[in-house]
Design a protein around this ligand. Sequence first.
Ligand code: ATP
Ligand code: MG
Length: 153
Amino acid sequence: MERTLAIIKPDAVARGKIGEIIRRFEKAGLRISALKMVHLDKRQAEEFYHVHRARPFFDSLTTFMASGPVAVLVLEGETAISTLRAIMGATDPARASPGTIRRDLGTSIEQNTVHGSDSPESAAFEVPYFFQGPETFDYVRVDRHKGGDGPSS
Ligand code: ATP
Ligand code: MG
């Protein structure tokens, strides 16, 4: 089992898209292990996105990520990291494939609605950045409901 960190970014929270995005996570078969809202301050956003500190968009990105509350989740599945990246779509919503979260809901390359860990190494930093052990949960996901949003329906 693989774990990955997802963030529903301030643009999507402000536009009332938390439910729509979580529905897509669940529909992809990802199991929600942890879930909460936080409002990062600028320093925390800089710490979280430290790998991008030399990029020209770093100041703008971290100001945006601290501009309002975000929803953070730990998602689990056999290929959780690549599954989440696939349903997110490319960084720039205009270049993302039809049907992806960013294509359908993103408004700009910066305000692209979701973050997902891009490797096991990133997930190993990002999951504990937001969640302590007792805040994540193991349970068996059962997809019995026919006609619902489960992957088997
Ligand atoms: P994320 O890390 O948020 O999941 P990503 O891995 O697709 O996104 P990165 O290259 O890691 O993309 O960039 C991190 C974030 O920085 C992007 O999601 C986006 O919000 C912002 N960003 C990336 N490129 C640009 C750019 N050229 N201009 C403005 N913002 C950008
Ligand atoms: Mg990234």
